[in-house]
Write a protein that binds this ligand. Structure first.
Ligand code: ATP
Ligand code: MG
Length: 481
């Protein structure tokens, strides 16, 4: 228990207009030397203009943990227009909330005006479950012109500005609700956030059920922060997640896309995935993939996903680039294979059936998570190339090396081999051939015996390996009787 905290070590924190516990500079570890000079500039300028200015959110949490924050967010009682007047290098953005972005070269300091308290904690009718209901319903509980919530209690609009005392209650977790005051370098803690950071636990502010209903994405955020910071999720915060996971079905797909990238491409993807599964959240993000993992022929694809996420985490740790295209390929592969195998009635699927399956799965997936075309189109190409790796004889087979998606498709093949779904020898061949000079390559492919006819996914699905060979020349047609 932290000496500065007024909160108990367990149970929810309830909104109340109490004064913050103020932790003076001498009693905490946050040094200005660890804060971005541009963030300090913004804080000082606001203060000099007579406004309150605090560093907030993830930056304070991370500074307390001794991590160097990537982003610095500022909260102030200056209105967005007032912020814009103070900074020439400032743009106002946001549909849901108005925010000021102060630009310093590539660094952006986000300045948010304090917002009024969180949506009311609804107590009655909370347990009405509305499954599969798409999109926001008409504001059933309209809180006046500034605040609208849908029938599940999800916030649709919130424009109401307030004081720092109001601002704190709309934040999600106590660890995210700390205010570093530029006035005297103290930390204002209304919710026991410092104690929770020190105990390394995520705790929702307010009654968890209602806070998740207001915004189901908070369930994903709980998982993401737990994974990234190696925090536990406090029992009352954890308890409703499994029960309310289905509320993700009503979250706008574009928002889920953003959150999916944060979950899987922030360096802790493998751990995030395990937590998403533990709480039954993944099933509501990638329902087709989750369903396929449960079937023996596609179970290996989950292992492949885990390996893929571990590789991705390693790449991020080594500062190598990662792409959503590859991520979604690994996430959706099981569903594509299943779709392909189940839709074909005849001897073996061909490329056009793989393509069709890909499109069916993508279409269904888009209803949950909006994958932009700039990722879904290359993803389709990457998957389409998989059967081509099986062709290794003849000079033509070398054309694959020059395909713009070769690299990603090859990485995907290696992953399939690691998961036991492609022959290690096949992956090794494509690994080696990249290292030999072009003349040697030609000799190698000419020395090979002609390839056996392959089905579309080749040895893609472990359970589907080597069905009856496809008759040459048939395309896309259904099976002969
Ligand atoms: P990171 O930037 O590392 O993901 P963060 O805590 O800064 O972590 P942001 O998404 O940048 O997360 O949000 C900034 C702050 O805004 C959070 O710390 C939290 O206080 C508040 N916040 C963000 N999203 C929500 C939400 N869905 N509900 C309530 N508060 C939120
Ligand atoms: Mg942030």
């Amino acid at each position: 228990m932290n000496e500065f905290s007024s909160s108990s070590a367990s149970g929810p924190i309830s909104p109340s207009p109490t004064a913050p516990v103020i932790i003076p500079r001498a009693a905490h570890s946050i040094s200005r030397a660890a804060i971005s000079p541009n963030a300090l500039k913004v804080l000082y300028r606001l203060k000099d203009a007579g406004f309150q200015a605090f560093l907030v959110g993830g930056a304070v949490r991370e500074l307390l943990l001794g991590i160097t924050p990537k982003y610095f967010d500022v909260a102030t009682n200056a209105l967005p227009e007032e912020v814009r007047r103070i900074f020439r290098n400032c743009r106002l953005i946001g549909r849901r909330f108005r925010l000021a972005h102060v630009h310093f070269g590539t660094e952006i300091i986000e300045v948010a005006t304090f917002r009024a308290a969180s949506a009311p904690e609804r107590e009655e009718g909370e347990d009405v479950e509305v499954d599969g209901d798409e999109g926001p319903a008409q504001g059933a509980f309209d809180e006046g012109e500034h605040r609208a919530v849908d029938q599940r209690g999800r916030i649709l609009r919130d424009n109401l500005y307030g004081s720092v005392e109001d601002d704190v209650w709309r934040r999600d977790f106590t660890a995210n609700a700390l205010y570093y005051n530029i006035e005297d370098f103290s930390i204002w803690d209304f919710v026991g956030g410092v104690a929770d950071v020190q105990a390394r636990r995520m705790r929702l502010i307010g009654a968890p059920d209602g806070r998740y209903r207001e915004d189901p994405v908070r369930m994903l955020r709980a998982v993401r922060f737990a994974a990234k910071l190696d925090f536990s999720i406090e029992p009352a915060t954890e308890e409703p997640v499994r029960r309310l996971a289905h509320l993700l079905d009503g979250v706008p797909p574009a928002r889920l896309f953003d959150e999916t990238l944060k979950l899987f491409l922030s360096g802790c993807g493998a751990k995030s995935y395990r937590l998403l599964r533990r709480y039954g959240l993944f099933e509501h993000m990638f329902p087709l993939s989750a369903a396929a993992f449960a079937l023996p022929p596609y179970a290996y694809a989950e292992h492949m996903l885990e390996l893929g996420l571990e590789n991705t985490d390693e790449r991020i740790a080594a500062d190598k680039p990662v792409t959503p295209t590859f991520l979604f390929s690994v996430l959706l592969w099981s569903a594509v294979l299943r779709e392909m195998n189940e839709r074909q009635a005849g001897p073996a699927p061909d490329i056009s059936q793989l393509l069709q399956a890909c499109d069916v799965v993508l279409k269904a997936q888009q209803a949950r998570i909006a994958i932009p075309r700039r990722f879904s189109v290359p993803m389709r190409e990457l998957l389409m190339l998989q059967p081509r790796f099986n062709r290794r004889s003849g000079v033509k087979s070398l054309g694959l090396l020059h395909h713009p998606r070769f690299r990603a498709a090859y990485d995907f093949l290696v992953l399939r081999a690691q998961a036991g779904a492609a022959e290690p020898e096949l992956a090794a061949w494509w690994t080696d051939i990249q290292t030999v000079p072009p003349e040697e390559r030609v000799k190698l492919v000419q020395a090979r015996a002609p390839d056996a006819p392959q089905d579309a996914a080749g040895a893609a699905a472990a359970g589907q390996r080597r069905r009856r060979p496809r008759r040459r020349g048939r395309r896309g047609g259904s099976a002969p009787a």
